[in-house]
Design a binder for this molecule. Sequence first.
Ligand code: MN
Length: 275
Amino acid sequence: MRRTLPHANLKMIGPWCFVDYFGPTPQTDGMVVAAHPHIGLQTVTWLLEGEIEHRDSLGSIQVIRPGQLNLMTAGYGIAHSEISNPTTERLHAVQLWLALDEQLRNMAPAFEHHADLPMVSVGGGVAKVMIGEFAGTKSPATYFHPMVAAELRLSAGSHEIALNPGFEHGFLVVAGEVSMQDEVVAAADLKYVATGAGSIRVDCASDAVLLLLGGAPFGEKILMWWNFIARNQDEITQARAQWNTRDLRFGAEFEDRVGGWIPAPDLPNVTLQPR
Ligand code: MN
């Protein structure tokens, strides 16, 4: 697993605050993430290969397959588990978090699954629109802060991709030999594009797959600790204690294939600061 966001020099891209890129790996070291909580964010699970079963404290049970979207809104509090199915031979996945804006971050939790996301032609390739609007095509997924997410499948060659100049963007290369702005972007690397760009050229030496993440600059400092996004340490301390005592804040307990739950670690001995 490689964590590409947050990075020392890049905390967020719009509301996107966490990007974990997993695999491709053989199933022998498949993914087992037992029950754990979230607050103040939305999680996005996106697969390139394999199958993962999601369960949560709202009672959702949902298998996700490549090209589908699992979007969980933690809001005030939710717990979930994600476990790769044993039928899966290889697993290749991206886990993303979106910070919720101040006025929404304590909203009721929710979960949605989208199996049929719209496709659109773009710059000599095709895009699947995961969240928001891209190339004039809208995803049905629920979102709040202005943002976009799309999976781009580009053939070898040079592609001019139109962007919303009010958004900052990140391009995560998941397959292929790609350069942007005369700079090679290796597989698993994230290329950042600041606001103000109305388009960008993507040069592909081979067929390529990229994830595009964008959004209006977030405009608030956030405090990220473990699986929580808050604004100050008191909120983190309270959420941690509530999870470790299995408080109903995080909904009903639920069963999954592995059982158990992941306790929150100890807090550090320094005061956590939003940034
Ligand atoms: Mn999670």
